[in-house]
Design a protein around this ligand. Structure first.
Ligand SMILES: [Zn+2]
Length: 172
């Protein structure tokens, strides 16, 4: 389940009074403001998703979101053998924590997540070892930033679970 921000406005409040280009329920990742304006929408090269360039009207930071068709559920097999649905947000958050204060942009993180997700979809498998996903992240992070790579690697080598990784990075 996705975490819902405390101040997120429920989707139900989006009505005819709101301009269609402003989504009330999408909040700004920088200041958590609940309005974002869509500057540009276009399909990604392979046509599998819609890329939206957004701007926060409050802090003026810009960010990108991707809208995809929900497909077949992919399961991750964790170190203890349990299965759980692949969660791109969890993966994204794990990488975001590894790049904290490092010269890697959110766009580059989104690119990594998108590439990994695309590879997973292309491979048409229904389950994957979380270790394989970790390795895929590491090989991409290594090209971008050594510190972020080390941070991800140190946690990844110890934990084969992305939620464990998230909490460990958070404590450090
Ligand atoms: Zn903002």
């Amino acid at each position: 389940m996705k975490k819902v921000a405390k101040n997120a406005t429920p989707a139900a409040t989006v009505n005819a009074k709101n301009p269609p280009r402003i989504l009330k329920f999408m909040h700004c990742p920088f200041c958590a403001h609940t309005d974002t304006s869509v500057l540009e929408s276009r399909a990604t090269q392979d046509g599998s998703s819609l890329r939206r360039r957004r701007e926060c009207p409050k802090c003026r930071n810009r960010f990108t979101t991707y809208e995809r068709v929900e497909g077949q559920i992919l399961y991750c097999i964790k170190k203890d053998g349990r299965r759980e649905p692949f969660d791109r947000e969890k993966l994204r958050n794990g990488i975001l924590k590894a790049i904290h204060k490092r010269p890697v942009s959110i766009e580059q993180v989104d690119q990594i997540v998108q590439e990994i997700e695309k590879d997973l979809i292309k491979s048409k498998i229904s389950e994957i070892d979380t270790k394989k996903i970790g390795k895929a992240v590491l090989s991409r992070l290594k090209k971008l930033d050594q510190v972020a790579w080390l941070r991800f690697a140190s946690v990844y080598l110890e934990f084969a679970d992305l939620s464990d990784f998230e909490s460990a990075i958070h404590k450090s």
